[in-house]
Design a protein around this ligand. Structure first.
Ligand SMILES: NC(=O)c1ccc[n+]([C@@H]2O[C@H](COP(=O)([O-])OP(=O)(O)OC[C@H]3O[C@@H](n4cnc5c(N)ncnc54)[C@H](O)[C@@H]3O)[C@@H](O)[C@H]2O)c1
Length: 314
């Protein structure tokens, strides 16, 4: 393990910060290089090396991979669902070309392992709403979902054709208190906590009864690391694995928050993100991930809410 050198691309984002810190704990600070287009996140400062990097600049990326003797790449740079609908071309370009640049370099430099997240956004209105299975009808209606589904098949292609060991998870909406979310449809489930603590009031951009699959960040980080550390023969899915955490509506999370913040109130003003949310499943079946590499979530709504509030109050 000590010989591995990891490059995290998009390390200043919601997942990147926590994943970089977790990888630094496992592999040693000096062996995990954080990189991003924007400046280094404050939570990363002083914890290890940082380089400024645009994943669209393939030449510069290639130079860094060679110069730093990189053996594993985690690619997190992307444009998320809500932002993607505002600028479809930009989302398609970054989400596709960024991935192709990394996969090409991984093939040329024989990178040991690549991680690239997909999303429950691959599913569309024709997918089953409850316990949506690993393999089912997949007809995404957002540019983000289209880019993630295409990306899954690029990963599968590079694995089968060039033996690149690329692994992927279809994350649900991720909830965290350390770094802010980056323009997704499930961002309300993070904002609601900070608003509850700071202002005791939240205006939600989704309707009260909109159920979506969600996951607490510690589960997402653990899932990512467990997948990446699993022996190669355990990985049967080379597109992307369904993983499940919990499922709730804005009304349910508001009720749970009220147990900790009794004078909290919520009102609803649905916007364009309601249509995106309604195109996705409400819950996910992750049997395949469970069977292949033993995935099991730890946090439900109650446990996550308590942990979020305790941490935000400190
Ligand atoms: N957060 C979620 O709820 C969620 C859910 C499903 C999937 N995902 C996926 O997980 C990954 C990470 O998501 P996140 O929530 O951390 O996103 P984020 O927007 O918080 O972070 C992405 C980071 O990528 C950086 N970036 C953007 N363009 C770049 C470029 N050209 N070169 C280098 N860096 C660039 C941004 O500056 C940002 O720091 C994405 O692929 C996303 O689609 C996230």
């Amino acid at each position: 393990m000590a010989k591995d050198k990891i490059l995290v691309i998009g390390a200043s984002g919601q997942i990147g910060v926590e994943l970089t810190l977790a990888l630094r704990k496992m592999y040693g600070n000096a062996n995990v290089i954080a990189s991003d287009l924007r400046e280094e996140n404050d939570l990363l400062r002083g914890s290890g090396p940082y380089v400024s990097l645009d994943v669209m600049n393939k030449e510069m990326l290639h130079v860094q991979v060679i110069r730093q003797n990189i053996t594993q790449i985690y690619l997190l740079a992307a444009i998320l669902s809500a932002t993607g609908e505002k600028n479809p071309n930009l989302a398609w370009n970054l989400n596709m070309q960024g991935l192709l640049n990394v996969l090409d370099i991984a093939r040329e430099e024989q990178i040991k392992k690549v991680y690239w997240p997909s999303s429950i956004a691959v599913f569309g209105p024709t997918s089953p709403k409850q316990n949506c299975p690993q393999q089912t009808i997949i007809e995404p209606t957002t540019v983000y979902g289209i880019s993630k589904y295409a990306g899954e098949f690029w990963c599968n292609y590079f694995n089968h054709r060039y033996q690149v060991d690329v692994r992927s998870l279809r994350y649900p909406g991720l909830i965290s208190y350390k770094s802010s979310p980056g323009g997704g449809t499930t961002d309300y489930a993070v904002e609601i906590f900070t608003e509850a603590i700071e202002n005791k009031q939240y205006e939600c951009f989704l309707k009260a009864d909109t159920y979506l699959p969600m996951m607490y960040m510690p589960d997402a980080i653990r899932a990512t690391i467990e997948l990446m550390e699993a022996p190669e023969e355990k990985i049967s899915v080379r597109t992307s694995y369904n993983i499940s955490g919990m499922s709730f509506s804005p009304q349910e999370i508001a009720d749970e928050i009220k147990l900790h913040v009794p004078d909290f109130s919520i009102n609803y003003k649905p916007d364009y993100r309601q249509t995106i949310a309604e195109s996705w499943p409400q819950s996910i079946d992750d049997t395949v991930a469970n069977n292949d590499w033993g995935w099991k979530p730890e946090y439900d709504l109650k446990k996550m809410t308590k942990d979020m509030i305790d941490n935000l109050r400190n």
